[in-house]
Design a protein around this ligand. Structure first.
Ligand code: BG6
Length: 297
């Protein structure tokens, strides 16, 4: 594409521009009456969303790679069809490093813009029953994401994990609290996957936190008193919530993450992982839908 920018226009107020992003990877820039967003076809990866008058919603590392076969660090990696480590395979599945296809783009008369991307057939998918994976993104004053997976097999169950691994931008991690998970059971990855119960009204950060909260379908909120913003995460078709901040030594170990960047981010991820893995009967579609909205405090 070189430096070409191709504007996909209609009479509706929302606009989509196709251009080269970082590392010359193809990117879609979406502009609506309320917000802007950037989406890479590499990984179907949203790297940016910003509501007018607010700081960016998503954290993106200054050290991120933008290269084929490498995940982008920050934004919203699409984790599918497995979460975490899998023997002999790449961590967090292959969807985040594949070039997705833009199938539809639909600016609506109300000013929203929706896009549908599809994961192409890839060799790594051959160990699963046949499936299609579509990612539908709607940009307006909020960002709504839906990962729809259809089991195309006539007789086999499709088992998979999924997760929208969202990195949120925060003013200062020590001024952040996460609400909505009290009473939930979680796997504490920092303590060797020990199963624990969340006793606190709000999660606060002072060391590495890496937890999979199970059987959690209610909204979760991030209260950021430094920026003065409340981020609300509402979801459907998701039973797991992952909360992660790498803190100091893990940040230093990640080559694509700045040593101090843990201070400005937190991951609150919505999906279905571990014992919440999806077991999809033949012919059925599973939909993981996440709506991210904000208000200033
Ligand atoms: C989180 C995991 O979801 O992703 C962490 O719970 C992991 O354990 C993190 O470190 C980042 O993973 P990756 O593969 O993007 O470095």
């Amino acid at each position: 594409m070189g430096d070409a920018k191709v504007e996909l226009t209609t009479n509706a107020p929302g606009k989509v521009t196709f251009m080269d992003g970082c590392g010359d990877l193809p990117m879609l820039e979406v502009t609506t009456l309320w917000s802007t967003a950037e989406i890479y076809l590499h990984g179907a990866h949203v790297t940016h969303f910003r509501k007018q008058g607010e700081p960016p919603l998503l954290f993106l590392s200054q050290c991120s790679r933008f290269a084929e076969q490498q995940p982008i660090r920050g934004g919203i990696p699409v984790i599918f069809p497995w979460f975490g480590a899998r023997e002999g395979m790449a961590q967090h599945g292959f969807a985040r490093v594949k070039l997705w296809e833009l199938k539809e783009f639909a600016p609506a008369p109300d000013g929203s813009v929706s896009l549908r991307l599809r994961l192409p057939d890839v060799p790594e998918g051959s160990s699963f029953p046949p499936f299609t994976a579509d990612y539908i993104l709607t940009v307006n004053d909020a960002l709504t994401l839906q990962l729809a997976v259809t089991n195309n097999s006539p007789d086999e169950i499709l088992s998979f994990e999924n997760c929208l691994h969202t990195y949120f931008e925060v003013g200062d991690i020590t001024a952040v609290s996460i609400q909505g998970l009290k009473g939930a059971s979680y796997l504490d990855k920092v303590a060797g996957f020990a199963q624990k119960t969340e006793m606190d009204d709000a999660i606060r950060f002072g060391s590495e936190i890496d937890r999979i909260y199970l059987n959690t379908s209610e909204p979760v909120e991030i209260i950021d008193t430094r920026i003065g913003r409340r981020i609300r995460i509402e979801k459907q078709g998701s039973l797991s919530t992952v909360v992660w901040n790498p803190w100091i030594s893990k940040s230093q170990q990640m080559p694509d993450f700045g040593n101090e960047e843990y201070e400005r981010m937190v991951c609150v991820e919505s999906g279905n992982v571990a014992s919440n893995m999806v077991k999809l009967p033949p012919g059925e579609t599973s939909r993981l839908t996440v709506k991210l909205s904000t208000s200033m405090l």
